[in-house]
Design a protein around this ligand. Structure first.
Ligand SMILES: Cc1cc2nc3c(=O)[nH]c(=O)nc-3n(C[C@H](O)[C@H](O)[C@H](O)COP(=O)(O)OP(=O)(O)OC[C@H]3O[C@@H](n4cnc5c(N)ncnc54)[C@H](O)[C@@H]3O)c2cc1C
Length: 531
């Protein structure tokens, strides 16, 4: 075994960067952070609008896709994941959303003590450096830059007016008292540049002599002895090595890679491991199960009265945009995944919003390489915030370089398709209001002939996409299908914890990045026995 460290963290993503920072605050803790991808000093990572160009980039991403989805007419769905410092926060849409209080109350209710809304609010506030809100819901002294994104284009302002005309209420803070309503998104963008978990939490700690970083290094498996994690097997340009750990190993590889690494290490569903001739260390049937994600569908309109992204990105406009970005740190290149959001209830039975819109003053389709091919128009993408369908993932082989097989199982539960249909209908109603009619909005997708419920359902099956929020594959809880307990400790194995999106017992009602930061921070406190 090569040198030993007190703590080994696998994955420098949204949770891993926070954890690395907090564990290495004490100089006597030797911390090794291992990341499969390279450093994050590639300029498209920092330029917000370039994010989609990274989705299928093999150097900075894993480029996963699902198996053919039976309820989506056998389409495979792109699942980009970041593979660089910052992990998926280095390729994501930069929207800062915390979800709803009920999401965390539910986590606590199923037996996860210390994971309720009040407990986690402390962490959201501690980590945050909000530029626009100073109240009991926000922090202004943390490392994570959060600012409210002001719409640049008239089409976005018209959509705000349309929401108001439709009767929705203006919400100045989706992360405040109440999530419901329409308004501007808060984003992790500072001076026009992406502000990832790496920028917020890792970079400020990198000069600590007790924090060691290995990039371009794949962790192939965790080494155990008598059901205790004692080291990791890694592969990089120096070949294969085993690195020892004297205290704890924490898996922060994300919802796909963390269960994959566990299974490669003999920790997972016994039958699946045996299929690949992997010796069983611990039969944990829940590893890779309980997979949840947000599914969304784009509703787009051509407008005749205002310019949209595609017109403003033509060569001459592009020169202006790049000039504004590089010289003034502003303009269209600073644009996040969406500038205007709406959280609404699709029916009267739900207590809190069950649908979210991501609006953008642009339209287009992803090409085969996963990059956006723009076309003239504006888009409201509507998603079901609390899907009931559950998928799973499993090993394709015992080779750590092979992507696991992902079965998202979207729309398996009948209620999911009903909620999506209701969401589409309500979104279309917003476009019927006068502010949109003044723009001469003509529906491009699904199109005026798509009226019946069955047509809308078919449209959803043909066109829906992931919002890229997979969670839950190493679920936290008390029952035997749970992989970790409320201390994030892997059942049956000592010296091993998981801290990333895979531990979410259920998906939150919103974008998942900020909660992953919180999972990393809370894990540090659990390890260091703080609070
Ligand atoms: C395209 C996209 C857009 C999104 N947009 C938003 C958004 O706007 N707002 C929002 O809140 N959320 C968004 N999300 C979701 C959010 O970014 C993720 O939920 C979050 O980043 C997940 O954090 P994590 O810590 O679980 O994993 P990650 O951040 O994915 O980190 C995992 C890290 O582990 C590394 N790793 C994995 N396996 C190994 C191994 N074997 N050895 C070494 N290292 C390994 C990976 O390379 C990666 O760096 C988006 C995600 C994507 C992909």
């Amino acid at each position: 075994m090569k040198f030993s460290h007190k703590y080994i963290i696998i994955g420098a993503g949204s949770a891993g960067c926070v954890l690395a920072n907090k564990l290495s605050e004490n100089p006597s803790n030797s911390v090794l952070l291992i990341e499969a991808g390279p450093m994050d000093n590639y300029s498209p990572i920092k330029m917000p609008l370039a994010a989609s160009s990274l989705f299928k980039n093999k150097k900075y991403g894993w480029g996963y896709e699902t198996e053919p989805e039976k309820n989506l007419n056998n389409r495979t769905i792109n699942w980009p994941r970041g593979k660089t410092l910052g992990g998926s926060s280095s390729i994501n849409g930069m929207l800062y959303i915390r979800g709803q209080a009920n999401d965390y109350e539910e986590w606590e209710k199923v037996g996860n003590k210390g994971w309720g809304y009040r407990d986690l609010m402390k962490y959201f506030i501690e980590l945050e450096n909000n530029q626009n809100h100073e109240d009991q819901y926000h922090g202004n002294f943390g490392s994570l830059w959060v600012e409210t994104y002001e719409p640049i284009l008239g089409a976005s302002r018209s959509f705000l007016s349309a929401c108001e005309k439709y009767g929705l209420h203006k919400n100045n803070d989706f992360n405040g008292e109440d999530q419901e309503g329409f308004g501007n998104y808060q984003v992790n963008i500072k001076n026009g540049k992406r502000f990832s978990a790496s920028d917020a939490f890792l970079r400020p700690a990198l000069d600590r002599s007790n924090l060691h970083l290995l990039t371009n290094t794949l962790v192939e498996k965790i080494i155990t002895s008598n059901k205790k994690a004692i080291g990791v097997k890694v592969k990089n340009k120096d070949g294969s090595n085993i690195i020892g750990c004297t205290s704890e190993i924490v898996l922060c590889g994300g919802s796909i890679n963390t269960p994959q690494i566990l299974m490669l290490s003999g920790i997972g569903p016994k039958e699946d491991l045996m299929k690949h001739n992997i010796s069983v260390v611990e039969d944990l049937p829940g590893v890779g199960q309980n997979l949840q994600d947000h599914l969304t569908v784009n509703i787009s309109y051509k407008i005749n009265r205002l310019k949209t992204f595609s017109e403003l990105m033509k060569p001459l406009g592009m020169i202006k945009n790049l000039f504004e970005y590089f010289i003034q740190q502003k303009g269209l290149m600073t644009y996040p995944a969406s500038d205007i959001g709406v959280f609404f209830k699709t029916n009267d039975e739900v207590q809190t919003p069950n649908a979210q819109i991501h609006f953008a003053p642009g339209a287009g389709k992803y090409n085969k390489n996963g990059a956006m091919k723009p076309s003239s128009g504006i888009t409201a993408s509507v998603c079901n915030l609390r899907p009931k369908s559950r998928g799973h993932l499993t090993l394709a082989s015992s080779n750590p370089a092979d992507a696991p097989k992902i079965y998202a199982n979207y729309l398996d539960n009948e209620e999911d398709i009903q909620w999506m249909i209701e969401g589409v209908k309500k979104t279309r109603e917003i476009f019927k209001t006068s502010p949109m009619q003044e723009l001469e909005a003509i529906e491009l997708q699904p199109g005026s002939e798509c009226v019946e419920k069955s047509d809308i359902a078919e449209f959803i099956r043909n066109e829906s996409l992931s919002v890229y929020h997979p969670v839950g594959t190493c679920k936290m809880g008390l029952t035997k299908e749970c992989v970790v307990d409320d201390q994030l400790k892997v059942r049956g194995i000592s010296g091993l914890r998981v801290a990333d999106a895979s531990i979410f017992p259920s998906i939150i009602s919103g974008n998942t990045n900020a909660t992953c930061n919180v999972v990393g921070a809370k894990c540090a406190d659990l390890i260091l026995q703080k609070r």
